[in-house]
Design a protein around this ligand. Structure first.
Ligand SMILES: [Zn+2]
Length: 336
């Protein structure tokens, strides 16, 4: 192939081109959970994770910590940290060639929950070096069954993710009613009529089908256009001391009730009542039960929580600092 041909499907992969899977999906749609399933069942992978929050969390939730893993945090890959994508992919590729370096057969790129795939495609397809060394196999977009319709109503970012995807994955079907799943599926068929849809309950064969090279012709290059900023802000807090789950739960529930502009909370926390650290998740106003983590994923005793809000991060920081001592009795958290 000449330098000027836009890369096409994986079936035309040149020996020197590493396949790339782009994993996209709105905040809280379960990208890291799906990533872990893909890592367990698929070819050897390297992982590049982009997080909107200033304090990275997701890379610690990757089940296999021995794989080549890189994080781009503190901004969204489609806009604020877009320029970092090409150098990151170059570095991964260079490291791969070093003798003794861990080998892998593909890269999974997990985008921030607010990213539109379009500028990421643009970078992958337009950059001549990248398009010679990488082959975009598929864009997979996740959407959570219980909240998907609301998310699509509210956020153009979520609609863009669905529209640009080669395959759709409806996650959290075990938490949704059959009617919610049917309505969401109908909505997705409207937005992306030709795109295959899979469910999180579909089993291992669906996983294999999900990441198979997508058999389409040359991809159209996205039209270059001015990107508007996402209306989201991130606030990170550090807790120097372990916290009781009951107190933390009370604080987070109050935050979710009184600040409906908070779209997502995630964190890794040490609790006073549990030896191992836990992962904390809240999405669309719902706080999930803490998920135990292996102790080795956290190398220090510092707990971290990241809030993604459509409102002002400062207002949220003030609310947290005011509320904290009354409920917890301990010192206020450090905010970033
Ligand atoms: Zn962006």
């Amino acid at each position: 192939m000449t330098d000027d041909i836009i890369p096409t499907s994986g079936s035309l992969t040149q020996p020197d081109q590493l396949p790339v899977i782009v994993l996209t999906g709105f905040l809280g749609s379960g990208k890291t959970t799906l990533l872990n399933r893909l890592l367990r069942t698929g070819p050897r992978s390297a992982v590049l994770i982009n997080e909107f929050g200033s304090v990275p969390i997701d890379h610690k939730l990757v089940s296999d910590q021995d794989i080549p893993l890189m994080t781009l945090s503190g901004g969204c890959l489609c806009c604020q940290v877009r320029g970092a994508l090409a150098p990151a992919l170059r570095n991964i590729r260079m490291a791969w060639r070093r003798p003794g370096a861990p080998q892998f057969d593909r890269i999974i790129l997990e985008t921030s929950g607010v990213a539109s795939p379009e500028p990421i495609l643009d970078t992958l397809l337009r950059d001549r070096w990248l398009s010679r060394h990488y082959q975009l196999d598929a864009i997979i977009a996740l959407i959570a069954a219980p909240t998907g319709e609301t998310i699509l109503d509210r956020y153009v970012e979520a609609q863009a993710q669905i529209t640009w995807a080669d395959r759709l994955w409806i996650s959290q079907t075990d938490l949704a009613t059959p009617r919610q799943i049917d309505c969401l599926r109908a909505r997705l068929e409207q937005l992306a009529p030709a795109t295959p849809i899979f469910h999180s309950g579909d089993g291992e064969s669906a996983l294999a089908a999900l990441s198979r090279p997508f058999p389409h012709g040359p991809r159209p290059l996205p039209a270059a256009h001015q990107l508007t900023d996402h209306p989201f802000h991130s606030l990170a807090i550090h807790l120097p001391e372990p916290v009781a789950w009951r107190s933390l739960q009370q604080i987070l529930r109050q935050v979710l009730e009184s600040h409906d502009e908070v779209v997502r909370i995630k964190g890794m926390v040490h609790l006073t009542d549990q030896f191992d650290p836990v992962a904390i998740h809240a999405v669309a106003g719902h706080l999930f039960a803490p998920v135990p983590l292996q102790e080795r994923v956290m190398e220090d005793r510092l707990s971290r929580l990241v809030f993604i809000t459509e409102g002002s991060a400062q207002t949220l920081a003030d609310a947290l600092i005011n509320r904290w001592p009354a409920i917890y009795g301990g010192p206020s958290p450090h905010t970033h």
